[in-house]
Design a protein around this ligand. Sequence first.
Ligand SMILES: *[C@@H]1O[C@H](CO)[C@@H](O)[C@H](O)[C@H]1NC(C)=O
Length: 212
Amino acid sequence: MRPSTRQRTFLLAFTVLCTLLGLGCPLSCEVCKGPGHTCSGKLKKCEAGKDACVVLVGESSTKGRKSVNTLKACMKFSDCYSGFVSTTMGPNDYMVSNAQCCQSDGCNHDSVPPPQNNRTENGLMCPSCIVPFQDSCPGTRATRCVGQETHCIYFAGNVQAGIFNTKFATRGCATQSACYTKPGAEVPSASYLYFLRRADCLPAPQPPGRAE
Ligand SMILES: *[C@@H]1O[C@H](CO)[C@@H](O)[C@H](O)[C@H]1NC(C)=O
């Protein structure tokens, strides 16, 4: 049955009212996840506290296995970074992404340009490690940073892949934009959802022998 005009008027009035009064009106976002540079799904109401829609396209390599995935979802605006992020844990383990955050119903419908993936080494290095099931990792190895990666990160917390939820810890190179991520943040990648307890981000040390 189609909603009556009266019902629709009521809904509109309700939306306007809760916006004006600054009440927590639920936002609706397009929700989907899948391979490729875009995906499309239904509009869904966001759960309480998620006040932004995000569209994110990520290109990743895991032990040399490459994939491109797109995510559209609800998330907390204060955890959402609009722009390019690149992280490298090793020559065959990296992730680049481009995202757009917005705050109106269905605003994440359009796709975003795929991230640039500049794998040229830039002379900087960071401690690196990737461990599942643990919340710290030693970083006794080092990895070479590429492109615009000027910072070293140490992220740890929980990662959720479908119904599977486990601890993880990782260190490596990242663009300065990765420093936007703070402990306590709930951050999606194109494939997983990360709950960060630790999010250290520091400028990469200058390589020895290079004058300032
Ligand atoms: C790729 O990264 C290298 C190292 O930072 C830089 O010199 C080069 O200009 C970058 N290329 C592009 C197309 O951005």
